[in-house]
Design a binder for this molecule. Sequence first.
Ligand SMILES: Cc1ncc(COP(=O)(O)O)c(C=O)c1O
Length: 437
Amino acid sequence: MSEPEASVATGPETEALQKRFTAAIMPNYGVPPAALIRGAGCRVWDADGREYTDLIAGIATSSLGHAHPAITAAVSHQVSLIAHTSNLFLHEREVELAERLLGLLSADQTRADGRVFFANSGAEANEAALKLVRRMQGPARPVIVAAENGFHGRTMGALALTGKASIREPFGPFGVRVRFVPFGDTDALRGAVDTGVAAVFLEPCLGEGGVVPAPEGYLRAAREACDQVGALLVVDEIQSAIGRSGTWFAHRAHGVRPDVLTLAKGLGGGLPIGACIGLGRCGTGFAKGDHGSTFGGNPVACAAALAVLDTIERDGLLANVTAVGARLAAGISAVSHPLLAGVRGRGLWLAAVLIRPEAPAVEAAARRAGFLVNAVQPDAIRLAPPLILTAGEAEEFLAALPAILDDGASGGTNPPALRHGGLPPPVPPGLPEGATR
Ligand SMILES: Cc1ncc(COP(=O)(O)O)c(C=O)c1O
């Protein structure tokens, strides 16, 4: 896509920005349909003053919504102290965050049962995991097993593991031998894991693949298959962790303990951070000098992540995710519409599944109605809102859903939303009056 979608009504400010974007930014993303300039909670505003309810949270990332006071305070405070140290020096925030994550994983630190490497993104966390696996398993085990339709990132190692041929194949060959198996097929997984396998990389629920949960017993079977041959189990929780499905980590519901766990997205609440957590002997698999990152675990991102963890705990957000997510899922499945096949997922991580591959039209229709959602697959609309979504905000979307589906199915006839009559959003505390971006 090199031009904005024809069905997307944009305003003059958005159009002007889209033109500049096209001229200055590489064309890999296409031209995004809206230019966001402000957020507050689960609401965001575009350059033309339109207000939206954000039900995608920057791809399952802005876990506390936008301009959350806890993140604003933590980041501002940290920047005022020290913003960057590099890995030449330590700082307390990274140690504290690693301790908190290990505590949430119930790793017994008195037995040095886990260690964390901090990166800046999901792909980087998976690159670290891949390197750790190589380091620990050596050249006698050259194969990695991963899932068809799985997604692990766009850098060369993470891309090699990504089970979508259309995004992977143009960039091969890779320096990693990957054996892909159909996601959810336990027998195929068992059959693929032999003594040449260094590790199995799996998401507990396909995120980019369309919010497809692993069937009951699948991750346990992966754990067993790995244990039988001495392979490592790497669980990619970059999209699923930090409360997204109502628990800190999605793998918990499957009763398995991975050897390596990767995190990113919601951990930083919008600040870039990734983590590769090695449990047991994987915690100490890297020797000094084996891996590194200049920015990884920088104080500002760590401060934001600590604010995310604190706020989830203090405000009972895991319970909110479970309750509001259940209401959203029940409400979607109660909608009777010829385009809607059903809903899948858990917590605030759902896909409304369509009968026909019309998700891009429905995504555009939702935007016209004032809701940001994501056509994650041709037939699936992903909802991954901030974990602070209220029951009232969920009800607003459910009330609008039949009309959104009508609009999507008919190719778009509704006018774009202009809530608040186009008035600019309130200026958050601390920003100079009149500041808009
Ligand atoms: C499961 C999973 N792994 C890895 C990634 C890559 O993360 P990033 O885009 O931060 O590199 C993503 C991103 O969507 C993801 O969903």
